[in-house]
Design a protein around this ligand. Structure first.
Ligand SMILES: CC(C)(COP(=O)(O)OP(=O)(O)OC[C@H]1O[C@@H](n2cnc3c(N)ncnc32)[C@H](O)[C@@H]1OP(=O)(O)O)[C@@H](O)C(=O)NCCC(=O)NCCS
Length: 213
């Protein structure tokens, strides 16, 4: 039982949930690059995850509504190919964010180059699954929603035939999140510097996965 006394219900997201996912994303990742690109961009991005044949988008329902989500995709190479195909669509949706902060433009170009010319982080085996984004409303942090979302994600990824799940997160000033993943059995398998110059750690966990005892 979670400390709040109420177990979250984790379920498959629908198109109706996209606005809720964007709301939680903005609250959970206030300073992140993708957030600065604006709500229209985020909606288009999570809409792509939902539409992707092997995309996974789950939400955590609580008595106060959707307060968490997890997004990712089995066969990440195919997802990034589809991002390249829809690059113009995504860029148009990022324009409002870029007009507000023109300095984002060069970062967007560097990120797009990373997608067009895949580097380590985008090179993934077909049987791997990327957990691309996990967010819980700050008002609900520490109540077990994050763990419930990861558990459901691992189960869906396994059902899709993936043999392991990987993710990346910031290395510095991010101890709680790094501890969170290590506690759930993820093992650090590498590090790299992102297009924004941030040090990132890559974690992996094998499937089938079971919650730590
Ligand atoms: C990381 C995150 C998903 C954890 O969700 P959660 O619902 O708070 O996690 P749980 O309740 O299942 O587990 C709590 C554990 O997570 C860790 N944690 C990470 N960030 C936390 C936060 N802001 N508040 C409370 N616990 C946090 C703690 O180690 C805590 O363990 P502890 O109770 O032993 O201290 C959530 O804090 C979040 O959305 N953070 C911002 C977005 C982010 O960085 N996402 C991960 C990178 S993709």
């Amino acid at each position: 039982m979670s400390p709040s006394g109420t177990e979250p219900r984790v379920r498959q997201a629908t198109a109706d949930d996209l606005g809720r996912v964007v709301r939680v994303h903005v609250a959970a990742f206030p300073d992140f690059f993708m957030t600065q690109l604006g709500r229209r961009f985020l909606r288009a991005y999570y809409g792509m995850v939902l539409a992707h044949p092997r995309g996974i988008l789950l939400v955590a329902d609580t008595p106060d509504g959707v307060q968490g989500f997890v997004a990712g995709f089995a066969d990440p190479g195919r997802f990034y190919t589809s991002m390249r195909v829809h690059a113009a669509h995504l860029a148009v949706r990022a324009i409002v964010g870029i007009m507000r902060r023109p300095c984002l433009w060069s970062r967007l170009l560097r990120t797009a180059q990373g997608v067009v010319r895949p580097r380590t982080v985008f090179t993934a085996a077909q049987d791997s699954c990327e957990l691309a984004s996990l967010g819980v409303s700050p008002t609900c942090a520490g109540r077990g929603l994050g763990q419930a979302l990861v558990a459901a994600f691992m189960s869906v990824a396994s059902g899709q035939g993936a043999t392991h799940v990987y993710l990346t997160t910031a290395e510095r000033d991010n101890d709680r999140v790094n501890r969170f993943y290590v506690r759930l059995g993820f093992v650090a398998t590498g590090a790299y510097v992102s297009s924004g110059g941030e040090s990132k750690v890559r974690y992996e966990a094998a499937l089938p996965w079971s919650a730590p005892g």
